[in-house]
Design a protein around this ligand. Structure first.
Ligand SMILES: C[S@@+](CC[C@H](N)C(=O)[O-])C[C@H]1O[C@@H](n2cnc3c(N)ncnc32)[C@H](O)[C@@H]1O
Length: 300
């Protein structure tokens, strides 16, 4: 990462820094790289399960992590009304697990995009392993070609990184076939006052994400969807306890159990900062700051 960005991040800890910073596409890519462009094995170990979702899973009594990951993805499939032969877009596809699962279970084909190049070979290998038609590409959503149209589009804990969410919804609308459905899952502040939380813990979490955490209220997101000419279909309210369990009982445990290996891939500071961020988020969840929702909307 460029020195100026490292310097800016250090400074941010010592000054009042609001969410919603603006930056150009190149700087956005560098900021996202700060969090995601490390050995993919790091995220494979921390996230765990068969599909390595770097996002909340949905729990039922007695579930394994893989079952909880699949239950969440089955919700996405239901909301997108997936049928064999449909072609879908995963915006912010991580390491390919979610899209490969949906393709193999529901008989769809898919395209996954990310701005984190190190994830691509992992995602492609996974598609090959399961024999599904899923392609992956390093591209910012702003640069997607309109010639390719999709039956459905989804994103799972990705839109928080977009400071131009209105622009994203407009682009998604153009990329969808008529009556196409878009599904987004994201954390939402329960009140807009939280947008101005400048305590040290919030600052640490923002820094780990290089200040790309543009958290919003659900109300903000719904207004932007409406502006983007989407018709609201359904909102699924996921208990925040599901996220606390995903992080507290799995990601933190994976990190502790594999600490030396993870340090060897990164650094002691990286692992320490990562653990503080995971535990910090659980702490913030306990304070009832966030709700977690899946929002499904249809192109008019
Ligand atoms: C929290 S991870 C979620 C990954 C995946 N959706 C999952 O649930 O496992 C966020 C993902 O969004 C991607 N991302 C961030 N900004 C992006 C952008 N502008 N365009 C496309 N992908 C982006 C990151 O590279 C990363 O893969």
């Amino acid at each position: 990462m460029q020195n100026y960005l490292e310097h800016a991040l250090e400074e941010a800890l010592h000054e009042e820094r609001d969410l919603y910073q603006t930056y150009n596409l190149q700087e956005e890519t560098e900021r996202i790289a700060y969090h995601y462009e490390i050995d993919p094995e790091f995220f494979r170990i921390v996230t765990g399960g068969n599909w390595n979702n770097y996002s909340c899973s949905m729990w039922e009594k007695g579930f394994s992590l893989t079952q909880a990951q699949e239950k969440k993805l089955d919700h996405f499939a239901r909301l997108m009304q997936l049928k064999p032969g449909m072609h879908i877009l995963d915006v912010g596809c991580g390491w390919g697990g979610p899209l490969v699962y949906l393709c193999q279970k529901y008989g769809v084909t898919g395209h996954g995009i990310t701005i984190s190049p190190m994830a691509i070979p992992i995602a492609q290998a996974r598609a090959q392993q399961y024999g599904v038609k899923a392609t992956f590409e390093v591209i910012h959503w702003q640069n997607l070609r309109l010639a390719q149209q999709y039956d459905a589009i989804y994103s799972d804990e990705v839109i928080v990184h977009f400071n131009d969410l209105a622009g994203f919804f407009k682009k998604a609308n153009q990329l969808l076939k008529p009556q196409g459905i878009m599904v987004n899952k994201e954390l939402h502040f329960r009140h807009s006052l939280h947008k101005h939380a400048l305590d040290k813990l919030s600052q640490h979490i923002n820094k780990v994400y290089a200040y790309t955490g543009n958290y919003r209220t659900l109300q903000d997101e719904l207004l932007l969807l409406d502006d983007g000419h989407f018709h609201l279909q359904e909102i699924v309210d996921i208990p925040i306890e599901d996220y606390r369990k995903t992080i507290g009982e799995y990601w933190v445990k994976h990190l502790n159990d594999n600490k030396e290996q993870l340090i060897a891939m990164t650094s002691p500071k990286h692992v320490r900062d990562f653990k503080l961020y995971l535990r910090g988020i659980c702490h913030i969840f306990a304070a009832d700051v966030f709700g977690l929702h899946i929002v499904a909307a249809k192109k008019a």
